[in-house]
Design a protein around this ligand. Sequence first.
Ligand code: SF4
Length: 255
Amino acid sequence: MSLVITSDTGYDPLALTESMERVVVDGNKRKYVQLGRTLRFYGGTTSATEVGCNLRCKFCFSDKPVWKPKSTGNFYTPQEVFDGLAKNARKHGHPTISASASEGTLGRQHLFDLLDLVEQSELVYILETNGMTLGADPEFASQLAKYKRLHVRVSIKGCNETEFHTLTGARPSAYDLPFKALKQLIDAGISCNACVSVSFSTELTIQSIQSRLAAIHPGILRSLELEQIKLFPKVRKRLAKHGLYPTYKRTRSAL
Ligand code: SF4
């Protein structure tokens, strides 16, 4: 990936946010595939599978929830989602709950209503996001600041805007958004951490993003996750179609 992007070609993730919300959000309901299964992250957690994303990462393992949102999943209220998550979490003694396999910030009212329910419980909600919507709207972090049982995990796709564009097809300028999101979350006093997809990166580009993150707040590096993709057959095939092959294998896998 030595190609340097000089123009801002590619789709706009914020425009894709709006069109996806028209598909996967209905009032304060949002589409999900399932409402509570056990995952091994964080020493055991309960996660729902949500539908709809505002990026199209070529390495994404989430299949139909991202690529076929119209024909995938059903609409659920925040109460139904909380009940599903809490039931599995309590059964297995998981302190944390989340939704994954898509973008967690689509349907802002649904998210806020869900967080209101989490706030009254003993559980902690991990908001999984690519940072596009949070970075674009400083107000969003302010709206989240009242939730104390919330942790935001901001996932950055690639180590620079060239990698980002190659991996997602989105316009390179959108690469700045997750960095803005992290700054706004930290300024608002919200618990958060960053993870970076590094499977197509080099030592040099990884060092450069570490410097960029440290400039926002040195503490970010302590909880930084360097994330490796999982080469499921469909993912391998999609990547090969685009001439993409993972290059960086020395860091630990967060998935
Ligand atoms: S942001 Fe996540 S869910 Fe969305 S396409 Fe990329 S990897 Fe898949």
